[in-house]
Design a protein around this ligand. Structure first.
Ligand SMILES: [Zn+2]
Ligand SMILES: [Zn+2]
Length: 345
């Protein structure tokens, strides 16, 4: 099978390779991949900024059909339309695994970095990772279950957002647009912030339900946020989804005293942040890492109910053989979410 692979450690070293078709071992399920999303993590693996175990097939945002179930697997049948959680192995015995926080296990290995992932025709995963796609969710939309689960984990594992909150989200990329919808579904008024390069994304944010959008390079968001909030005190909760240091700094000025700051984007390097504000404002600042199984259940429910729409985020689709053009849409900022499709010879 043709596969997009990290072929060796070091920067670059991503190429189209050939791997043998896998089979489902006991307890595993083999999925025929129909669509797989490109994630920031894939780009970080290419640049060697995120740990991987080459040679390995990339891709962890997968939707497809069950082809084969291994010995001992019950309740799953070939033909079922599915998506899959990404942790192939965790240690199972550390304090995090035993507390339902397997995302924090130090020995976690995931598809697409630690074991072969979905930028190819077939992938095998533990049966416990499988989630059936609701009837109203097609394969393309279903490939975004993983980033949605990460966002749901980010929003639900941090101090809660409640009806009547005014929330500010910085960064209208795929993660920000998903966060906006999840926070809206929780009953908040949402202001989405972007920059000059985000004109189209901000438009999409409005289509998907953002109450207000602001290009921060044209308009100071402070005025609107002061108008929208009781006493002009500022936002109740802010979500940093852009991974840009300036956005992190700006959100500190927009959040009210006793407000909540949630970090979802990754900067890839230390950024300047005025920690005095944590004291002066008595802020609660939190972050999140990947997802936990309960977030997947909630993510799928949000998609089933139409409270979160993932399909409008798909900007490009390519065959795996065109992976370089596909990765470029991520790097040059033209893409929101780009999918890869396997090729059959
Ligand atoms: Zn991802
Ligand atoms: Zn563990």
């Amino acid at each position: 099978m043709k596969a997009v692979m990290k072929i060796a450690p070091g920067a670059g070293n991503v190429a189209l390779g050939e791997v043998p078709e896998p089979h489902a071992a006991p307890g595993q399920v083999k999925i025929k991949v129909i669509a797989a999303g490109i994630c920031g993590t894939d780009i970080h693996i290419m640049k060697d900024e995120f740990r991987s175990w080459p040679p390995v097939v990339l891709g962890h945002e997968i939707a497809g059909e069950i082809m084969e179930v291994g010995e001992g697997v019950t309740g799953l049948e070939p033909g079922l339309r599915v998506t899959t959680e990404t942790y192939f192995t965790t240690c199972g015995v550390c304090r995090y695994c035993r507390s339902g926080q397997n995302n924090l296990c130090l020995n976690r290995r995931s598809i697409g970095s630690g074991v072969n992932g979905g930028f190819t025709n077939y992938v095998v995963v533990p049966a416990r990772n499988i989630h059936a796609l609701p009837d109203n969710i097609d394969f393309e939309a279903g490939a975004l279950t993983e980033p949605l689960a990460c966002v749901v984990h980010a929003v639900t594992s941090t101090p809660s957002v409640v009806p009547g909150d005014v929330a500010v989200i910085a960064g209208p990329g795929a993660i920000g647009l998903l966060a906006m919808q999840v926070v809206k579904a929780a009953g908040a008024t949402v202001i989405m912030l972007g920059t000059n390069r985000d004109a189209k994304r901000l438009e999409l944010a409005r289509t998907l339900g953002a109450d207000h959008t602001i290009n921060v390079q044209e308009t100071d968001p402070m005025k609107l946020i002061a108008e929208l909030t009781e006493g002009g005190f500022g936002a109740d909760v802010v979500y940093e989804c852009s991974g840009a240091g300036v956005a992190a700094a700006q959100l500190l000025t927009l959040v009210r005293r006793r407000g909540r700051y949630v970090q979802i984007g990754l900067f890839g390097k230390p950024v300047a942040w005025d920690l005095d504000q944590l004291c002066y404002k008595e802020l609660v600042a939190t972050g999140s890492n990947a997802s936990v199984p309960s977030a997947w259940i909630r993510a799928i429910q949000l998609m089933r109910e139409g409270k979160v729409q993932t399909k409008p985020l798909i900007s490009h689709q390519f065959d795996v053989t065109d992976w370089q053009a596909a990765f470029a849409t991520f790097e040059d900022g033209t893409g929101i979410k780009t999918l890869l499709r396997p090729v059959t010879e």
